[in-house]
Design a protein around this ligand. Sequence first.
Ligand code: G6P
Length: 612
Amino acid sequence: MCGIVAYLGKQEAYPILIKGLKRLEYRGYDSSGIALLNGELKAFKKKGKVQELEAFVKDASINGNTGIGHTRWATHGAPDDINAHPHLSGNGRLALVHNGIIENYALLKTALEKEGHQFKSETDTEVLVHLIEEVQKRDQLPLEEAVRIALRRVIGAYAIVVIDREEPHKLVAARKASPLVIGIGAQEYFLASDATPIIEHTRKVVYLNDEEIAVVSIKGGLQLKTIHNEIQTPFVQELDLELESLEKGGYDYFMLKEIYEQPTTIGDSMRGRINVDEGWVRLGGLSDHIGRICDAKRIIVAACGTSWHSGLIGEYLIEDLARIPVEVEYASELRYRNPIITKEDVVIAISQSGETADTMAALELAKEKGAMIYGIVNVVGSSIARLTDAGAYIHAGPEIGVASTKAFTGQTCLLTMLALILAHRRGTISSAYYQKLIAELANIPAKVKKVLEYDEEIKYIAGEIKDRHNALYLGRGYNFPVALEGALKLKEISYIHAEGYPAAEMKHGPIALIDERMPVVVIATNKSAYDKIASNIQEVKARKGVVIAVVTEGDEVISEMADYTIRIPDTEEPLTPLLSVIPLQLLSYHIAVMRGCNVDQPRNLAKSVTVE
Ligand code: G6P
């Protein structure tokens, strides 16, 4: 939610900021803006995507070696030019960009209005910059002190960068519950919500911790303090990220590139972690904690969105194979519903970004209650990765399309490996079945490649149903969460209303919706419930629904019944989701493209949801 970027050094800031904002657009694209310092402080803000901002400043004077930029996902106030960041102080001396929410902004605003402050926008952020101005003015403080004192009055989440016309060559940044990374170059600094705008300039980075304030200046370098005024030593890390992974590489959209990357990314999530010849699965970082997870009374999975769907598959896997009870919770519900969590529970947090505010808050709650926290995360060094007791990265590389694809299969693959480790150690599956699943897991990347070869057929089906207004996705067992994920993918990027349902539940409601205009995507690969799924398809056909069936290669019975079929290679049932989700990703991708939608940046959505 919102991306921020800042530069301080000897180069022109503008091109660095614009490029950085484009990399961060996945975090929000309602409006964008920049402020540049060059003797005077100038701000340019525009509703819409970063390219609108570029067009807007085309003829303006945009020089300056210090600058801040922002791309917005609106929370307080409509997405328009005025509410766009940066926001300026009343005296025009300070400019600030912010990612997060100032929860007590209304109270602060009333108090500031009594002091004579006037506000132009409806945002919480403008209140913060006025608060800093007020503190600075009242006590004649340098910028960093004013920021520090002001932030102590703030309740909420923030990553901010502030510049002061009277203190050029200096940036002050701070974070609490919203990410901020500082890139260190030669006499220059790059600040951003994630490392993607930084990577082409430097690999040396410092991740800011909660309640830390950073001051960067040409003279003084980087200095860190807490908001309680304690000096901190910066921990400089080396970035492990390739620039090519941030480009589209010849694909029309990042989403398509990311779908096609899955044979590689699933392979990467297993690299060094499974060995078919020797017959083992290992997850580094688990060894010190495996006993506690094996003995857990209960595993609670906390996640949001697509990650929650992979968590559901995790529940099926862990209960089926390792026989440990699992509950899958929406993090946003878990954190507010006074849950029972004990020291004997293990909480698994699943998050692509590692920054989702609700997931983080749920983890903090679980930690307070003494549960062990295990993280399954994609973004290296992210807040959730740093909050957990142990965890594993899925190594999917940067996922830029807002609709998650390769992160989902990476998470599912990681959960499969975890379930296998637990099952083996607890002795709940036979050694032969353990070996068989390991060998089959190693085959999955090649089988995903095979599914991708059916893309043209899937595209044809997309053309047949692209103009429908609703769709139903049905699956049983391991394929039920896949049905949910398929429906989510379609509604996210094509704006067609879609619902995922357990196939047998259809007759308790959704069946009332079925007529000749209703496409019903049935994931019909299950071996254990094949006849039941076939009956569900008959029930749809009897009501003239249009059936698109995802079947196992060689299937005859269901292929006969369905209007359209999509084939996937055969595999062991617990591994099916890794294959059956791929055609659903492609189907929604093609439908969205055919409907003229912006696949990578669907309306109203953002990839990293750092607000509640
Ligand atoms: C947003 C994204 C989804 C993602 C969800 C959870 O809604 O658009 O793609 O699944 O957040 O995000 P996380 O980063 O925690 O997996």
